[in-house]
Design a protein around this ligand. Structure first.
Ligand SMILES: Cc1ncc(COP(=O)(O)O)c(C=O)c1O
Length: 411
């Protein structure tokens, strides 16, 4: 490489918009569940591009599809039929509640489209212009565009950009009574993550999602599940909603679907799709043959019963090891939450997730902060028990160090 890590960091400081605070590491390549920086140091990756790289790095079938499809056809536009587009849509529908799919490029874009579709459906179906409200929840994260941000709770993300899209009403996550107070005849849609990710890894309760389903049915509102982070095998079932026995009317997907390539999807019932017409929505790059072909390989790999069994087994093991860690460091870890391969360690008051994340890099482990005070672990779904042991050993070393530095005793 003809550029040094220091030069990369200097160029970033000069030319990249300052919307991220990046560590002084330049990642250069990946292999399996390992990342390597420009100096060749190995890091065990328990972030996976924020729950994106489900098959890790360099997955042979994914690479083979990528290469073959790139040679055949990369992009022609949504103006035309292409083969991988419809095959991926058929696979997604056959394995879920959905009848139809709209593809896009990201989770934000999927949620933006989902809100549009739900509003149109609610208006057309009810015949009432005023049926446009969207109900969203505390700690929710649905993206950064004006519509998706309008249903995202974090004030820090919202305030500088207000006014956002109007018509949003708020309730408390996992508090059905609070939802009952705001869902009514004007509600077009309720949008919720079955397992909140950016909010700090909080699984919904069964009663909460069941109750939201009933309230949506009662008031003719669409139930939207945002499975951008928790969908596609992350929680140990293909869809997180399967664990709750509650199906939505619309579901949004993104992160892992392209195995690292950008793709989002809005899955919907026939009833929702019925109100849509040519011109209602569109996206230039969406559903390209290249990305949908790769996504189909990723999807068909994740769908295998053995693959999902593996996620459940290793996920349960990771959960056990994290609970053990929390018992060993009760002054540092307040709570362990998660399911499948989506876990959060809530830290004790006064401890910053960034302290743990930065110490993690020194011990060759990549983890990320989420919520206010939580460290998130979302490794590639191909992670093995031995990697879990390595990660937990690194976290032990990190907590020893952080505990000593902060004067908090471990056990
Ligand atoms: C639940 C959820 N929805 C939506 C998004 C936004 O997705 P993207 O960053 O691909 O636009 C995210 C991203 O973290 C997410 O976790």
């Amino acid at each position: 490489m003809d550029i040094t890590p220091r030069e990369v960091i200097e160029l970033e400081a000069r030319h990249i918009a300052p919307t991220y605070r990046r560590p002084p590491i330049v990642f250069e390549r990946g292999e399996g569940v390992w990342l390597y920086d420009a100096e060749g140091k190995a890091y065990l990756d328990f972030v996976a591009g924020i729950a994106v790289n489900a098959l890790g790095y360099g997955h042979p079938e994914m690479l083979a599809t990528l290469e073959a499809q790139a040679r055949r056809l990369i992009h022609v536009s949504n103006l035309y039929h292409t083969v991988p587009h419809v095959l991926l849509a058929r696979d997604l529908c056959e394995s879920s509640f959905a009848d139809r799919v709209f593809f896009c490029n990201s989770g934000t874009e999927a949620n933006e489209g989902a809100l549009k579709f739900a509003r149109k459906w609610a208006r057309v179906r009810s015949g009432h212009e005023e049926k446009y409200e969207i109900v969203a929840f505390s700690r929710a994260f649905h993206g950064r565009s004006m519509g998706a941000l309008a249903v995202t709770a974090n004030e820090k993300y919202r305030t500088p950009f207000e006014p956002l899209v109007p018509g949003v009403r708020w309730a408390t996550f996992n508090d059905l009574e609070s939802a009952r107070r705001v869902i009514g005849p004007r509600t077009a849609a309720v949008i919720v993550e079955p397992v909140q990710g950016e909010g700090g890894v909080f699984p919904a309760t069964r009663e909460f999602l069941e109750g939201l389903r009933a309230l949506c049915d009662e008031h003719g509102a669409a139930l939207i599940f945002d499975e951008v982070q928790c969908g596609l095998g992350r929680t140990g079932t293909l869809w997180a909603y399967e664990q709750y026995g509650v199906a939505p009317d619309i579901m949004t997907l993104a992160k892992p679907l392209g195995g690292g390539l950008p793709i989002g999807a809005i899955l919907m019932t026939e009833e929702i799709a019925d109100v849509l017409a040519p011109g209602d929505h569109g996206s230039t790059f969406a559903a390209s043959p290249l990305v949908t072909a790769v996504a189909r390989t990723v999807f068909r790999t994740i769908c295998q019963p053995d693959f999902l069994d593996h996620v459940r087994r290793v996920g349960a093991y990771l959960g056990e090891r994290l609970h053990e860690l929390a018992r060993r460091f009760p002054a540092l870890v307040k709570e362990v939450r998660g399911l499948g391969l989506m876990w959060g360690l809530e830290l004790a008051d006064g401890l910053q997730p960034s302290d743990v994340v930065e110490a993690g890099y020194r011990h060759g482990l990549v983890v990320a902060p989420t919520g206010h005070n939580t460290v998130r672990l979302v490794p590639p779904l191909i992670v093995q028990a031995e990697h879990v042991d390595t990660a937990v050993a690194a976290l032990e070393a990190v907590f020893e160090h952080v505990g000593r530095a902060g004067g908090k005793s471990s056990a």
